[in-house]
Structures are given as structure tokens and as C-alpha cells.
Design a protein around this ligand. Structure first.
Ligand code: PXP
Length: 245
């Protein structure tokens, strides 16, 4: 019996397109509602310090309207903590954030950042928000997540997705080992970043992983086939990967 793998659809880049022209179109909330209809188990959105895509108003509207859990990606800053405590999303995924990066380029250094992260993990947890830490597939980072008291980790799949064919298997092996270790030390294990139709199945096949968060590819593919169809295609590949097909 395979555990069901959840799909969190990240709608950040619907907001990127909207913000290219200002105004209200396309609306990330409409995308979130459509994603749910198409089979998303949750909606993920990253409120960045510079508000380059998702806005405060988007978070507010999405939080109130969607019938599935919201996973708020956030940097460990006082401003973001206050916003999370105000909206109380189902989950908060703490990510590293640098203003000059194009996207979240690496995982959190949960080991070296212990003292900085500890109060954020504690405050979110006290508010009933399920905290996850976005980390590289590195066993030390998972042990650090345990010592911080975070119940969930999200493994960064970017290096695996970006790797040339020769290196990809090695990167996949790192993710397999990290996921197995996460399960062993009692962490719920998620994964995401850069996943596409081409790269998702081997990740979906890893039994310890229970949730994938996917955005950029789905929004890009939506240009050609529509958002619902791009999500249904991903869901089908996830199910095939999990079933070992
Ligand atoms: N998970 C985390 C923690 C992320 O920061 C992102 C990117 O916002 C994703 C998943 C989704 O990555 P992508 O948009 O490349 O699918």
C-alpha cells in the first residue's frame, strides 16, 4: 500500500505575470481556486521581503477563500513572523531569502542558523502553525531541524533538477538518503523546487516523501495547456511515480 503523495501548487508566478503590468490580472486567487478544482491538495505562496510576486493582499484573500491548507513560504524575519501569526496559515515553510537572487537558490543552514531560527520555529509552533524548514538533502541539516523542534523538512530538489544527466542520479541518491533519514528521525518529509514533468517521477517514487510543492513549471505549462490540465498532468505523473510505474 503506497502512502498518498500530496501536491502543493505554488501560485507565485501567476503574481509575477500580474506584476509585470500592475493591475489585477491574472489573479493568483483565481489560480488557487482552479488549482484546487484540478486536484491540488494545498496552495503554497511565498511572500518575499521585496513583494516581487505575491502581495500581502493576495495572502489575505487566499487564506480566507481556499478550502485546502495554505503553506506560507517565508524568511525568518520579524516582519514575516508577524504576518504569519496574523493569518495563521496551516503551515509555514521557512526559506532563506536574498534580495538579489532570482529564486530560492539554496536551502536554509539550519545547523549554523540554530540560534536565529529557534525563536521563529517556537513562535510559529505555539500558534499551531506546522513549521517546515527548506533544507538541502544533507543529513546534518535534518538533525539540525530535529534539534530546532521543527516537525517537517522540505528537501531542496533544485540541484537534482538542474544536474546534467551524469550527475542527476547522484543528486537523486542524496535525496533518497535524506528522505530515509528524515523518516528515521521522525521528521515529515516534503520536497520541491524546479520539478517538471521530466524530473518528478523519481522523486514521487521515494516512499518517505509525503508532499511535493511545485510552481514555476506548472504556471509555465499552463500557457500551453491551461492551468487545470498542467496540474492534472503533474498529478498523473506523481501517481505513476509513487506506484512504481
Ligand atoms: N518549495 C520551496 C521552499 C520554494 O521556495 C519553491 C519556490 O518558491 C518551491 C518549492 C517551488 O519551486 P518551483 O516554483 O521551482 O516549482
Amino acid at each position: 500500500m503506497h502512502r498518498r503523495l500530496r501536491l502543493g501548487v505554488n501560485i507565485d508566478h501567476v503574481a509575477t505575470i500580474r506584476n509585470a503590468r500592475g493591475g489585477h490580472f491574472p489573479d493568483p486567487l483565481r489560480a488557487a481556486m482552479l488549482a484546487v478544482e484540478a486536484g491540488a491538495d494545498g496552495i503554497t505562496a511565498h511572500l518575499r521581503e521585496d513583494r516581487r510576486h505575491i502581495s500581502d493582499a493576495d495572502i489575505s484573500k487566499i487564506r480566507q477563500a481556499i478550502p485546502v491548507p495554505l503553506n506560507l513560504e517565508m524568511a525568518a524575519t520579524e516582519e514575516m513572523l508577524a504576518i504569519a501569526l496574523h493569518h495563521r496559515p496551516h503551515a509555514a515553510c521557512i526559506v532563506p531569502e536574498k534580495r538579489e537572487e532570482r529564486t530560492t537558490e539554496g536551502g536554509l543552514d539550519a545547523a549554523r542558523g540554530h540560534n536565529h531560527l529557534k525563536p521563529f520555529v517556537a513562535a510559529l509552533g505555539r500558534a499551531g502553525i506546522r513549521v517546515s524548514l527548506f533544507v538541502e538533502p544533507d543529513l546534518r541539516q535534518l538533525d539540525a531541524a530535529v534539534s530546532l523542534g521543527a516537525p517537517v523538512v522540505e528537501l531542496h530538489t533544485g540541484a537534482y533538477c538542474d544536474a546534467e544527466d551524469g550527475r542527476r542520479e547522484r543528486e537523486l541518491e542524496r535525496i533518497r538518503e535524506a528522505a530515509a533519514h528524515a523518516e528515521k528521525v521522525g521528521l515529515e518529509c516534503h520536497a520541491g523546487h524546479g520539478l517538471t514533468y521530466e524530473t518528478v517521477k523519481p522523486i514521487a517514487a521515494i516512499p518517505a516523501i509525503v508532499e511535493l510543492n511545485i510552481g514555476h513549471f506548472l504556471v509555465g505549462e499552463a500557457i500551453f495547456v491551461g492551468l487545470a490540465e498542467s496540474i492534472r498532468g503533474m498529478r498523473a505523473l506523481m501517481d505513476e511515480g509513487r506506484a512504481g510505474r
